[in-house]
Write a protein that binds this ligand. Structure first.
Ligand code: HEM
Length: 421
């Protein structure tokens, strides 16, 4: 059906069974078989794989293992225009009517001039955050782990405004959920809800919009981008990552939980009871657990790129499903298992370059030239805060997990309050 990706020219191509003929059911069936029945030994294949029925059933080139996957990060080789992944309809590109008529940053290729301006705006938003302040605001959010707490945390962290004290009240999360899910339907159905969110962001982000104007971005365009970065990228991502962190620590059991509690409390105590950035860096096991969760369960697992030159055939879509490279047995021993201490020590640190959740190696940083997640370091930090807050309060806990349309759901079923200190 095709040839392999540039990174692995010598490897054999195998056709994935599939192509069930039916335009709607077929791609779903292919996806199921693809992810559930195929082994990991395939390196580069052409297949009828996700995105699935919303798009088209043309074959895609698929990059699978740790060696070939990074081709998707190389913006000289792949074009990312309009190819941002959308959690609920992979590769389906919603109408720009959902974002005020603008193509939002996530859908821009770095070669487009607007990409640089808008990414710089998001960097500006994130630069104004201070770690210690975040730790204090995080306390409120993580003590009360529900959607409102998460959105309020982001409102306060990014804009210094608690959404519940504005016209938005407690409706933020419901409006966001509708906005995301409704992107499959005609835009007019969500117009008035979107306007409520937009008004909140417009009023809360005056200083950032001023800065945007200095960068040459009109206030409206900047505001639609801030809304998207906060509601879709940040809120959407955290809603998947936090339950995932809790799930793995809960499943790992009491021994790991006790070790984490001890490590975290010892460091905090030695800093006079304060959570500091340098203290957080010293919590080696905790940091490893956050990276291991991002490795084994990347919240946004699918990436796409269009070949800029003849990697395989110009114009062809390259597709990557992250858990394949990040569980690649040639790189990670027992890659299917959650190994809490995997990234500890010098050897562990070396593995970080193979962690790709941010659409790039963990050892790289987002820039205006690449498509790596602008919030990469922020997310690692809030993941760490969640751990610190949790183990400052509790010795051990258990959760049950389920899935919802917007990621996994986690219910704390049992906790033992802190008694070690
Ligand atoms: C757990 C949380 C998050 C995850 C898993 C995540 C993941 C990702 C991924 C995989 C991409 C690349 C998508 C692609 O082009 O294929 C991306 C891009 C992006 N993310 Fe995140 N993200 C998270 C949180 C955040 C936060 C907190 C922000 C910022 C406030 C953010 C801002 C962005 C932006 C602006 C882009 C587009 C970058 C560009 O166009 O160059 N993300 N994110």
């Amino acid at each position: 059906m095709g040839s392999t990706t540039e990174a692995n020219p010598a490897l054999p191509i195998r056709k994935i069974p599939g192509n069930y003929g039916l335009p709607i059911i077929g791609p779903f069936k292919d996806q199921w078989d693809y992810f559930h029945n195929q082994g990991l030994s395939i390196h580069g294949v052409c297949a009828n794989v996700p995105p699935g029925p919303f798009i088209e059933s043309n074959p895609y080139v698929t990059v699978l293992d740790g060696k070939s996957f990074p081709v998707l990060f190389d913006t000289s080789k792949v074009e990312k225009r309009g190819l941002f992944h959308n959690n609920y309809s992979q590769y389906y590109i919603p109408s720009t009517k959902f974002s005020g008529g603008y193509r939002i940053l996530s859908y821009l290729d770095p070669s487009e001039p607007n990409h640089t301006k808008l990414k710089n705006l998001v960097f500006f938003l994130l630069r104004t955050l201070k770690g210690e302040q975040l730790a204090i605001k995080g306390k409120v959010a993580f003590g009360d782990p529900n959607d409102n707490a998460c959105f309020n945390f982001l409102g306060q962290a990014f804009y210094g405004v608690d959404p519940t004290n504005t016209k938005l009240g407690k409706n933020g999360p419901t409006l966001i959920a509708k906005w995301i899910l409704f992107q499959l339907l005609p835009p007019f159905l969500i117009k008035s809800d979107y306007k409520k969110l937009y008004d909140f962001f417009y009023n809360a982000s005056g200083k950032i919009l001023d800065e945007g104007e200095k960068m040459g971005i009109q206030r409206e365009e900047a505001c639609h981008n801030l809304l998207s970065a906060t509601c879709f990228n940040s809120y959407g991502g955290i809603k998947i990552l936090f339950p995932s962190l809790l799930k793995f620590i809960s499943q790992a059991g009491v021994k790991l939980q006790k070790q984490l509690a001890e490590e975290i409390r010892t460091v905090v105590q030695s800093n006079g009871g304060k959570v500091t950035m340098s203290g957080i860096e010293q919590m080696e096991l905790m940091n490893s657990v956050v990276f291991e969760t991002l490795r084994i369960d990347p919240p946004v697992p699918l990436q796409y790129g269009k070949a800029k030159k003849d990697l395989v055939k110009k114009g062809e879509i390259l597709f990557g499903f992250q858990p394949f490279p990040t569980k690649d047995p040639n790189i990670f021993s027992n890659g299917e298992e959650f190994v809490a201490e995997r990234f500890m020590g010098k050897e562990g640190e070396k593995l970080l370059k193979n962690v790709f959740w941010s659409n790039g190696p963990e050892t790289d940083n987002p820039s205006v030239e690449n498509k790596q997640c602008a919030g990469k370091n922020f997310i690692v930090l809030v993941g760490r805060f969640l751990m610190v807050e949790l183990f400052m309060r509790y010795d051990t806990f258990e959760v049950t997990t389920g899935t919802s349309a917007l990621g996994s759901t986690v219910t704390l079923t049992w906790v033992k309050r802190a008694s070690l200190d």
